[in-house]
Design a protein around this ligand. Structure first.
Ligand code: SAH
Length: 456
């Protein structure tokens, strides 16, 4: 029996937050998810949708506020949807992320939290203006250009002069380029009509070098007033080192098209994390919060406890970021990654840093690593940093056969981390400690790194 009805009102007390930041209240044990509600808050809610095992509601009146509730600093917080936790104090956010990790490790990972040490989330001292990459859709309103974000659940572009989690330099460049384009009569892309030219602007910022890259994502191959526009941008922003055009002629929500060309300056900008320098191209994957990336990678390095004699595999290595960190302390690192361009970048980054003990291979981790193992290549330590869906079963099986003495698991999804830790625990590993790291303040995204040791 479902104890609630659609369109009815109920007085509830929220107990928890879901992984996507909604408040959870229960009526006779039946969970109701309500946006913008925090644990310990009392409210009158209206039930708006009822499913088999849960329901959705909305707050009609907030009777009692959480002491962690704050006024979201961003004026467009509710319309945008890019952040989900600005109404929760930063301390509350860090606690929420730790709790989330603990909860899934116990429930899905079946770990005993008396023996596994789960640390407090490592947060930022100043958790604002951290994103080094802006990807901004361009539209038109009453003849003028707008640069901003898609309003939640719509395709309307809302003007955004400032994003509080974005490097302010990126916002400034977007606004100025918008003005320059406007001056030269550049037309924004129109989705419905599939007409117009400028679809998105992307800006990347190398925080340590201050170098910037601007990418124009356009519908067609031409570039009206190219010379004048390049001149104005580079005069105004001398730290713009690279201007790139990406052409996306398709009717699609996907931002980038297949063709990318440098139209002014360099192909790469540079940034450093710790002692490692990275070349970043328009299409390279690069972590968006470099300050916290350093914290995360240092933790991974610490957990690996390298002495200089170890052979290490870095699975899901991307552009080799973790591999190059590890290579400084290991005998040899083998990185594996599915995207060929990322492996090209990884190799370039290795030589850029004169790192000669790191090798990179293109392929699926779950295919390449078992093949290495069959050929007799074993690692002392395996580091994995899979996408949200976690590690492939075949990879976990190979780890259990290969028996590296340590596994360091870097995860962007606590639920799949917990699932995979359970498999590794069943196969003879023990999770020693887990460190949540806040890579994306004010959003619900939660990153964690776990250290496992072979005990059997
Ligand atoms: N360690 C890197 C990247 C982590 S993101 C960093 O910190 O920057 C996860 C990476 O896994 C992505 O680069 C993605 O392309 C890659 N990937 C996804 N599925 C894969 C698979 N089956 N085998 C190998 N790599 C994969």
């Amino acid at each position: 029996m479902i104890p609630i009805e659609k369109n009815e009102y109920y007085d509830v007390t929220f107990e928890d937050l879901t992984h996507d930041g909604a408040g959870v209240a229960k009526i006779e044990g039946f969970p109701i998810f309500v946006a913008n509600a925090l644990p310990n808050e009392r409210a009158k809610i209206k039930v708006i949708k009822v499913k088999k095992g849960y329901a959705f509601g909305k707050v009609m009146e907030l009777y009692e506020e959480s002491k962690e509730r704050i006024e979201a600093p961003c004026p467009i917080y509710k319309q945008c949807g890019g952040c989900q936790l600005q109404h929760l104090s930063y301390k509350g956010q860090l606690e929420y992320k730790e709790k989330q990790v603990r909860e899934v490790l116990a429930r899905i990972g079946k770990l005993d939290l008396e023996t596994v040490k789960v640390h407090s989330t490592l947060g930022m001292d100043d958790p604002w203006n951290y994103r080094n990459k802006a990807q901004v859709p361009i539209g038109e309103r009453e003849g003028g250009l707008v640069a901003g974000f898609y309003q939640q659940r719509s395709h309307e572009i809302i003007e955004m002069e400032k994003c509080l989690i974005q490097q302010s330099e990126n916002d400034k460049v977007v606004q100025v380029i918008k003005g320059i384009c406007q001056k030269y009569g550049i037309r924004a892309y129109n989705e419905q009509k599939h007409k117009g030219w400028l679809r998105h602007l992307m800006v990347r910022y190398g925080v340590t070098t201050k170098e910037m890259m601007v990418v124009f994502i356009t519908r067609t191959n031409d570039f009206p007033h190219k010379k004048e526009i390049m001149k104005e941008i580079t005069e105004r922003f001398p730290n713009v080192k690279s201007i790139v055009q990406n052409i996306n002629a398709k009717r699609t929500n996907v931002i980038f098209g297949d063709e990318t060309k440098v139209i002014w300056g360099e192909e790469y900008i540079y940034d450093t994390i710790g002692h490692v320098k990275f070349a970043i191209s328009a299409r390279s994957f690069y972590q968006v919060n470099p300050e916290q990336t350093k914290v995360l990678y240092e933790k991974a390095l610490e957990y690996a406890e390298l002495t200089g004699t170890e052979s290490v595999i870095d699975a899901y290595c991307g552009i080799g970021t973790i591999s190059l960190f590890l290579a400084q302390k290991a005998k040899h690192v083998f990185g594996v990654e599915i995207v060929p361009e990322a492996i090209e970048d990884a190799k370039r980054n290795a030589s850029l840093n004169e790192i000669t003990n790191a090798e990179f291979a293109v392929g699926e981790a779950e295919v390449v690593i078992p093949k290495w193992y069959k050929e007799g290549n074993k690692a002392d330590i395996i580091v994995v940093d899979p996408p949200r869906k976690g590690c492939d079963e075949a990879l976990l099986r190979t780890i259990l056969e290969m028996k590296p003495k340590k596994v360091v698991y870097v995860s962007c999804n606590p639920a799949t981390l917990a699932r995979d830790l359970h498999v590794l625990e069943q196969g003879g590993y023990r999770t020693v400690e887990v460190q949540p790291v806040d890579m994306f303040p004010h959003t619900v995204h939660c990153e964690a790194v776990a250290k496992l040791e072979l005990i059997l």
